[in-house]
Design a binder for this molecule. Structure first.
Ligand SMILES: Nc1ncnc2c1ncn2[C@@H]1O[C@H](COP(=O)(O)OP(=O)(O)OP(=O)(O)O)[C@@H](O)[C@H]1O
Length: 593
């Protein structure tokens, strides 16, 4: 949404708020930052001293006609020394400040990524990766850009302006200082007003930029789907339409910039002309020397030169603030699932899972689970079956506490999972998910992800158990094979086996297999089932399955229908019930025929 003009006070408040939020990122190197500021002031003092020396040089060279001119050696050397000092302090400031700036950028990037990891699954399912990474890039760069503007433009201009004002007020008629003040004031107000008017374009440009980038990334992520439906043209047309809007706004933005630039130049031209009139008049009246006129002129040029860039700086600062706002808003997005204050770590003694009257819905208006109660005694295997969409995978997401339930309790070894730290909870559970997504890295990396401390021997043993070792070693690059974006270079079954090996490496007390063998052929499935059986061994296991043949040996089977437990028991008990389970069993038997 584009901010309109009535929202501006809010925007300004946000800007101040964001600026204050940057300060903690600078704190670590505050000593350096102060030193850089001292260099900045020293450089400006030297800079302002230059026209003073210039005046004395001009005046000393303007002796009366009968006087013999002497070379003002000291003044000339002083002039040179000041110029040198100004340059030296300038460079020193840049060097000293570099660490402050880059360190703040690094801290900010890490902080944002950390926050993104802390946000809930709901946020991540709704987010647009392309747009978010663009905002992030611009947002973190904005911290550095803003600091640059502060230290290299805004503060130097303010310091220089103050020094010049003091000199003018102390030495010349108040008119000089007055005109200088007035010109600068008019210039600044004009720049701010026009720039604010132009900001709407910039916000719109940012929005369209993120949108187009998101469309491009999305179309590339869905590369295969685009090809399946022959929709390259449609994707390009969508992308181009957004860029078309962006182009129009960008052109408008450029036109309004020219207006701004011309206005600024006019104000400076008028101000400088008035000052020169005043100075020339004073020389004619004999109240000022030629040296004074040269000095006043030099001051004006020195002052207005950086002021010429103040317009650009102000605009850039505003854009930077807009970029920064996106990243701070992201940082302020509240964490949905939080640890309670002083949450203790989950103490897993046996690994018993208990659901007590659990109600849950992803959205308030659509309930998914209704009063679900069951118990998985430690070391036993519970299978969950039911039609597609019944809520089976939801159970595993709730055990992981990816969402908070709306009613009831989920307990592990008698401890409510909402009361313990999420990290300790997740450490206790291993999962082979329905869709395994891998990191675009080597197979070794992906396997070791289950336990970064695992040795090569342990990794190989896990790969053996998951029946994937022979496959890995048959690849030309073996363990170092890179699996492609989201692991797409591996087949569904191979990915699933990597996920199984990963879970084996983690060795958690609780295991969840969410259709862990659904992508495998029957022969591999049987072999893997045997492995899963061994792995599950003494672990508490929740097994979600479509193929009932894979769960007949479960200690208990739970039939879920429309978010409710409709039947519970062993395979034999459920068959004897002649209910939904028995019907599903019959159906699957026939499918095999
Ligand atoms: N993030 C989500 N936001 C909103 N609704 C969701 C979300 N995830 C799942 N659902 C809905 O919740 C219901 C239960 O989903 P769940 O994944 O638990 O089903 P399932 O029993 O595991 O199905 P399947 O056997 O097809 O995997 C479905 O109707 C689904 O549309």
């Amino acid at each position: 949404m584009m901010p309109n003009r009535t929202e501006r006070p809010d925007t300004n408040r946000r800007d101040w708020h964001n600026l204050k939020s940057v300060l903690p990122f600078l704190w670590e190197y505050r000593g350096r930052a102060l030193f850089a500021l001292a260099c900045l002031i020293a450089s400006k003092v030297a800079n302002v001293g230059v026209p003073l020396f210039l005046k004395d040089i001009v005046d000393s060279l303007q002796g009366k006609p009968e006087q013999v001119l002497v070379l003002p050696v000291i003044l000339l050397l002083g002039y040179g020394a000041l110029r040198l000092a100004s340059a030296l302090f300038n460079e020193l400031r840049d060097t000293v400040f570099a660490r402050v700036r880059y360190h703040a950028m690094r801290k900010m990037s890490v902080r944002v990524l950390e926050h993104l990891h802390n946000l809930s699954l709901r946020f991540h399912l709704e987010r647009k990766t392309g747009a978010i990474s663009r905002d992030l890039e611009r947002g973190t760069a904005s911290v550095s850009t803003l600091m640059n503007f502060m230290v290299f433009s805004i503060i130097p201009i303010a310091v220089e302006f103050t020094l010049v004002a003091v000199i003018l007020l102390g030495n010349y008629a108040p008119a000089f200082a007055l005109v200088t003040f007035a010109t600068v004031a008019v210039y600044v107000i004009f720049t701010i007003k026009i720039t604010e008017w132009r900001m709407d374009h910039r916000h719109e440009m940012n929005r369209l930029d993120s949108q187009s980038s998101n469309q491009a990334v999305d179309s590339l992520i869905n590369y295969e789907t685009v090809k399946y439906f022959n929709n390259e043209k449609l994707e390009l047309a969508r992308y181009d339409a957004t860029l078309g809007q962006w182009e129009d706004v960008a052109v408008k933005s450029q036109t309004s910039m020219s207006l701004l630039n011309f206005g600024q130049s006019s104000i400076i031209a008028i101000g400088v002309t008035i000052i020169m009139f005043l100075a020339a008049n004073s020389v004619v009246n004999g109240t000022m020397s030629i040296g004074d006129l040269v000095m006043v002129n030099a001051f004006m040029l020195q002052l207005f030169l950086p002021l010429g860039t103040l317009g650009i700086v102000y605009r850039q600062v505003k854009y930077t603030l807009a970029d920064m706002d996106m990243v701070f808003r992201l940082l302020e997005t509240p964490q949905e699932v939080r640890d309670v204050p002083n949450a203790s770590a989950l103490q897993v003694t046996l690994g018993e899972i208990r659901f007590e009257q659990v109600d849950f819905g992803y959205q308030a208006e659509r309930q998914i689970l209704r009063g679900v109660s069951f118990r998985v005694p430690a070391g036993t295997k519970l299978a969950v079956v039911g039609h597609s969409g019944a809520g089976k995978s939801t159970l595993s997401r709730l055990i992981y506490r990816f969402y908070d339930i709306t009613g009831g309790r989920v307990l592990i070894d008698g401890q409510d999972i909402a009361q313990v730290t999420q990290a300790s909870l997740r450490k206790a559970i291993g999962i082979v998910p329905q869709d395994t997504v891998l990191f675009n890295d080597t197979i070794r990396y992906n396997l070791q992800y289950g336990n970064p401390q695992a040795t090569q021997v342990e990794i190989e043993r896990a790969a053996d158990m998951a029946h994937i070792r022979t496959f890995i070693e048959s690849l030309p690059d073996g363990w170092e094979t890179v699996v492609g974006e989201r692991g797409l270079k591996l087949s569904g079954g191979e990915k699933q086996r990597v996920a199984i090996a990963r879970a084996i490496l983690k060795q958690p007390p609780i295991l969840i297999f969410d259709e862990a063998t659904s992508s495998l052929d029957s022969a591999t499935e049987q072999a893997i089932q045997q492995t899963l059986h061994e792995v599950a061994g003494h672990h508490t296991t929740l097994m979600i399955a479509h193929r009932l043949s894979t769960i007949v040996d479960a200690d208990r089977i739970l039939v879920l229908d429309k978010g409710q437990v409709v039947e519970q028991g062993t395979h034999a008990e459920l068959l004897a019930l002649h209910g939904q389970y028995q019907r599903m069993w019959e159906l699957q038997l026939h499918e095999k025929d």
